[in-house]
Design a protein around this ligand. Sequence first.
Ligand code: NAG
Ligand code: NAG
Ligand code: NAG
Ligand code: NAG
Length: 239
Amino acid sequence: MNLFPLVLYLLSLLVSVLGSLPAPVNLTITSVNFFHVLHWDPGPGTPPGTVYHVFRKNEIKKREWLSNETSFTLRSKTVDAQRELHELTVQASYNKTLSPESNKLLFSPYEDTKITSPKLSLAGCGNCIHINISIPKANKRSQINDIQKFYGGKFKILWKKRNGTVEEPYNTENKSFTLANLKRGVEYCVQVHMNFVVNKNTEPSAWECAFTSIVEPRRGEFTFRADINAVMTVVWCFY
Ligand SMILES: *[C@@H]1O[C@H](CO)[C@@H](O)[C@H](O)[C@H]1NC(C)=O
Ligand SMILES: *[C@@H]1O[C@H](CO)[C@@H](O)[C@H](O)[C@H]1NC(C)=O
Ligand SMILES: *[C@@H]1O[C@H](CO)[C@@H](O)[C@H](O)[C@H]1NC(C)=O
Ligand SMILES: *[C@@H]1O[C@H](CO)[C@@H](O)[C@H](O)[C@H]1NC(C)=O
C-alpha cells in the first residue's frame, strides 16, 4: 500500500489543526556576475502547495516577494544596492497559515558574487604581444555596466615562455596591454587575474599563448620579401 497520499493528508491535517508550519531551512545563495539566486529547503513536514514569502531587508527598508518554488532570483535595481548588506529570510505560507521566518542569511553582493574568468585575445607585434582583456558582463538588473570600473580594480598579468617559468607580473588598469621587449619568433603565454580588493571571488583567465613576430629578416631578405609581398598584392588585386 502506498502510504504517501495518506502521509500528505495527515500533514495537511496537522497544519490545519495545529496551525503550525515549519520554517524553511538551509538558505543559500548562488551569485555569479551579479546574478543572485536564493535557495532554501522546505522545513520537514511542509505540505505540497506551500508558497514562500521572501524578505530582503537592508539599512533602508524591508521588501517582500512571493514564490511558489524553493528558489528566488533577487532583483536589485540600483548599483547602490549591490554595496549594501542584505538580510534574507523566507517564510512558508499554506492555507492562510504562516511559518516562523527562517534563520537569516547575510549577503553582500559586491563582496560575495563570483566573477567569472576574463577572455583574452593576443596578437604578436614584432618583439611584443598585444593583449586585449574582455571581462564578463554583470547581470543587467544590477545596473553595473563595467565590473572592473565598479570595483576600481587592476589586472595582474602573468606571463612566461611556453615552457618557461612565470616572470615578474605586470599590473594595469587598462583592458589593452602590450608585453614589450620580448624575443622574436618565440611563443609566450599569458594569464590575467582580476585584483578587486573587496572581492577575492574572481576566476583568472585561461593561459593563452601567442608567438611574437617571426624572426626579423636581415636587410637583403627583407627587400626580397617586400618584393614578393608586392607581387602577391598585385596578384591578389587581379583576382
Ligand atoms: C539541510 O541541509 C543539510 C545538509 O546539506 C541536509 O542534510 C538536510 O537534509 C537539509 N534539510 C532539509 C529539510 O532539506
Ligand atoms: C508558480 O507560479 C507561476 C506564476 O507565478 C505559475 O505560472 C506556475 O504554474 C506556478 N507553479 C506551481 C507549481 O504552482
Ligand atoms: C484550510 O484551513 C481551513 C481552516 O482554517 C480548513 O477548514 C481547511 O480544511 C484547510 N484546507 C486544507 C487544504 O488544509
Ligand atoms: C584589441 O582591440 C582593439 C580595439 O578594439 C583592436 O583594434 C585590436 O585589433 C585588438 N587586438 C587584439 C590582439 O585582439
